[in-house]
Design a protein around this ligand. Structure first.
Ligand SMILES: NC(=O)c1ccc[n+]([C@@H]2O[C@H](COP(=O)([O-])OP(=O)(O)OC[C@H]3O[C@@H](n4cnc5c(N)ncnc54)[C@H](OP(=O)(O)O)[C@@H]3O)[C@@H](O)[C@H]2O)c1
Length: 205
């Protein structure tokens, strides 16, 4: 996403755990790093997430659930992005069309879940979607032209999917980034608070 935005001539501030020490599961880390930013930003894009945390692979059944794995998933996929959202609202430009986009996952859709499994990851993304939806409602009060959404990137060839993509066709990260930027470009403030896939189609909650 950074490369795709820079190729458009955008000035991008990228933050990561490896380069900046930003650990989204640690509130003080988020407060320090995000608190040091001035903005205002036209686009805030949250690209973090994990399917395997602390070695716990996605569960095949509810019987395989563990409290630790659930907690870990919620910390990375829901609580972390929510802490970033807290600061994002302050850092977003007030004038003109602005966007906050957070990478979620179609498997976090309750309506689309037909096979079970992957409980902690699914539930953490469903929680994330609720947080993004709620933030979007509040954002509208101060930023009339803002768009705040959850996005499903498709099945993308990253470390994340290396073990699990299986029979699914993957797209390279560069292609996924272009798809997501096209979706972001096309979203209107009326669509704020929604959950969209890489083609701009609404994903059921
Ligand atoms: N790839 C797919 O097919 C796919 C499909 C649906 C949804 N998604 C979603 O898309 C997002 C990105 O996935 P990806 O495929 O790009 O995965 P990835 O290559 O594993 O990248 C995930 C990124 O999140 C960062 N991260 C993880 N835990 C963190 C923490 N506690 N603090 C700060 N950064 C942390 C990682 O940083 P480090 O480098 O420091 O570990 C890494 O840069 C995720 O939210 C995922 O759920 C991906």
């Amino acid at each position: 996403m950074m490369q795709a935005l820079e190729a458009r001539g955008a000035e991008v501030v990228g933050l990561s755990r490896s380069a900046d020490g930003l650990d989204i599961t640690k509130e003080t880390s988020v407060t320090q790093t995000m608190g040091s930013l001035l903005g205002p930003f036209d686009l805030i894009f949250v690209a973090t997430g994990a399917l395997t945390v602390n070695g716990s692979a996605p569960e095949k059944s509810i019987g395989a659930l563990s409290a630790d794995a659930l907690r870990d998933q919620f910390e990375v996929n829901a609580i972390g992005p929510a802490l970033v959202l807290q600061h994002a609202l302050r850092l977003l430009a007030k004038d003109g069309r602005t966007v906050i986009a957070v990478l979620s996952a179609r498997v976090g859709s309750i309506g689309d879940n037909r096979i079970g499994g992957w409980h902690a990851y699914r539930a953490s993304k469903a929680a994330l979607n609720q947080l993004v939806h709620g933030a979007a409602i509040e954002l509208k009060r101060t930023h009339k032209q803002a768009v705040c959404v959850s996005l499903h990137p498709g099945t993308v060839a990253t470390e994340f999917t290396a073990k699990y993509a299986g029979r699914h066709t993957t797209v390279p990260a560069s292609e996924a980034a272009q798809n997501l930027l096209s979706v972001i470009d096309g979203l209107t403030p009326r669509q704020s608070g929604g959950f969209y896939d890489y083609a701009g189609e609404t994903v059921p909650w």
